[in-house]
Design a protein around this ligand. Structure first.
Ligand SMILES: C[S@@+](CC[C@H](N)C(=O)[O-])C[C@H]1O[C@@H](n2cnc3c(N)ncnc32)[C@H](O)[C@@H]1O
Length: 432
């Protein structure tokens, strides 16, 4: 299919109404488009469609006599994308309306062409009143589910509004330079020479921020492993691990290997990268190959060390735990659509279990970095404090970062702070 809007509508319907992952659904859709500009437009439509779904889904409830989302999911998504083109991408109205009407035919739903035209024109006519109505409700104003707004307001009463705004702002891509293959200056020079605007991050030594989205795999140096895509906030883990040559290190939840590879780029360590999902473990191998790095990759459950440990203690453990991912919504807006409030307590239980299971593997005097890309205290401070209460040989280290908030135990970076994604870190040391 070469109609980008129709393709985006099918993709978005699968994500928002069918429960598919945006990242997984977008890749095969992009492969259907030859022109990089079409691929960029598809990405923008799907990302902004997912980001603003809860706002414009509510708008369609006001504009349509009978809801379409169950009977005609792709058509529903196409109309919603029409509103996204008008309001978020700010395309010229006549182009957005005409192309949306045309896309009904590509979807073999030409019988709805008139309806599509009428709905988008009505939006344009009644826009101000409709926007007032949408803005009167926190869900359709913020395009976040109610439960998440409530949790953010509870945990971050003074910052909740800025968190919601940051989640609704697309984030520029960030890179991590592979210090074993290139210097940051080399990578910046090659990017600039190739016409890509890029800047060194002010306080993260390996990080580069790009001015705009682009196909990173086609940038000079990518195939040679000079850099990887990784938000700067994830690059803080390598600093907190305090790595030195010769250490035995465990990355207990390693796929796709971003933090594991960074650790290997930093020091000559003996690293075990553990991952429960075999398909995701394969992604670690692929990254190691491209970056010219080596470590042991093992499929296993971090909560069941008896099945994979070799008896020797680790000097460093990274537990980058499965979490609600509420800190990375700006890059993965479908999290707003897929996550449920009940997930938070379930995840907190898993996080507790993994922390408790891994602690005995840490050598006396060793250091465990607990990390989540969650903003919720239940998965962060509460997990660390419950762990500390049950483990008298554990101590939480204090540390300072140039951005973020300091809860009692650990450090929380909120999305947008320092231009970074949201992340929580706690550094735990074991008494010798
Ligand atoms: C937050 S991601 C890790 C990201 C990774 N550290 C990086 O920087 O690229 C969490 C990973 O943990 C894996 N995982 C979840 N539960 C696990 C368990 N019990 N044991 C091992 N891996 C697990 C997930 O499949 C997922 O790949």
């Amino acid at each position: 299919m070469n109609d980008t809007r129709a393709l985006a509508a099918q993709c978005l319907a699968d994500v928002a109404l069918g429960g598919a992952s945006l990242r997984e659904r977008l890749a095969p859709a992009q492969a259907q488009l030859a022109d990089p500009r079409d691929r960029a437009f598809l990405t923008a439509l799907c990302n902004e469609g997912a980001r603003w779904w809860l706002r414009f889904d509510s708008a369609l409830d006001r504009l349509l006599d009978k809801p379409l989302r169950q009977r005609e999911p792709a058509l529903h998504a196409l109309l919603l994308l029409g509103l996204v083109q008008l309001e978020i991408l700010q395309l010229p109205p006549h182009a957005a309306v005409a192309a949306t009407v045309e896309a009904t035919r590509t979807l073999e739903r030409g019988g709805f062409a008139k309806l599509a035209n009428a709905i988008l024109r009505r939006w344009l006519r009644e826009r101000e009143a409709l926007i007032r109505q949408l803005d009167s409700n926190v869900v359709s104003r913020s395009a976040h589910p109610r439960w998440l707004v409530d949790m953010l307001q509870h945990d971050w009463p003074d910052q909740a509004d800025s968190i919601l705004a940051a989640n609704n702002t697309p984030a520029p891509p960030m890179l991590r330079v592979n210090a074993r293959r290139a210097t940051r200056e080399d990578v910046l020079a090659a990017l600039t020479a190739g016409g890509t605007e890029a800047h060194a991050h002010p306080f993260l030594t390996d990080a580069i921020t790009l001015a705009e989205n682009t196909d990173i795999t086609r940038l000079p140096g990518f195939a040679d492993g000079h850099f990887s895509v990784q938000d700067g906030v994830a690059q803080i883990a390598a600093d907190l691990l305090d790595l030195h040559d010769g250490q035995r290190v465990l990355d207990a939840c390693a796929a796709p290997g971003g933090k594991a590879c960074h650790a290997l780029e930093r020091a000559n360590i003996e690293l075990l990268a553990l991952e429960r999902e075999p398909a995701r473990a394969a992604a670690i191998d692929a990254n190691l190959r491209r970056l010219g790095l080596q470590c042991t990759v093992q499929v296993g459950d971090a909560g069941e060390p008896a099945a994979w440990r070799d008896g020797k203690a680790f000097d460093r453990i990274l537990l980058d735990a499965p979490c609600s991912a509420t800190g990375v919504i700006r890059r993965h807006p479908d999290i707003k659509l897929h996550r449920r409030s009940a997930d938070v307590a379930t995840l907190a239980h898993v996080q507790q279990r993994l922390l408790g299971a891994l602690w005995p593997l840490l050598a006396p005097g060793g250091r465990l970095v607990y990390a989540t890309c969650s903003l919720l205290r239940a998965e962060n401070v509460a997990v660390v404090e419950a762990f500390l209460a049950a483990h008298p040989d554990a101590r939480v280290e204090t540390f300072e970062l140039p951005v973020g908030q300091r809860p009692v135990s650990g450090w929380q970076i909120l999305p947008g702070e320092g231009g970074l994604d949201g992340m929580f870190y706690a550094v735990l040391t074991k008494s010798s």
